[in-house]
Design a protein around this ligand. Structure first.
Ligand SMILES: [Zn+2]
Length: 143
């Protein structure tokens, strides 16, 4: 049978953006305190009768939260206190920000698990981008 792990970490950045070809308040430049939540889904095949955690080769840790923190900090630093329209060649919507973060996190995670954790299979990377407490877009990339 398969056991699945979802490992998540949050980070925050503040930035401005506006939406072009859009009728409404978001057509004007405005800012958000964005919350980014990255989740890696990992899986491992275990015997059907096995009960305890099965990642003991890594001291019970699938991936250190600090690793995800490092990746998110690198990416947030690129965007923090910037005008996102000047950075991206596409409209800086929550969906496109989620795609940016997810593709970058997926690339780092593929390399990480290729190098260090052959007993765990990286299944997917997901990023949720929260523009505020109520509005979130998520993108998942299968790895
Ligand atoms: Zn906005």
């Amino acid at each position: 049978m398969w056991v699945y792990y979802d490992i998540s970490r949050k980070a925050y950045f503040s930035a401005a953006h506006h939406l072009e070809n859009y009728e409404g308040k978001c057509a004007s430049i405005h800012g958000h305190n964005f919350c980014v939540e990255a989740t890696l889904k990992l899986k491992k095949q275990i015997p059907a009768d096995y009960i305890p955690s099965y990642i003991e080769k890594n001291n019970g840790i699938a991936i250190d939260f600090g690793e995800l923190k490092k990746w998110l900090t690198e990416l947030c630093d690129v965007l923090d206190h910037k005008d996102l329209n000047e950075i991206f060649g596409v409209p800086p919507t929550a969906e496109n920000l989620a795609m940016f973060f997810t593709s970058q996190i997926a690339n780092r995670a593929r390399k990480f698990f290729m190098d260090a954790h052959k007993d765990l299979i990286l299944e997917s990377a997901t990023t949720n981008i929260w523009e505020n407490e109520k509005s979130c877009a998520a993108v998942t990339i299968s790895c």
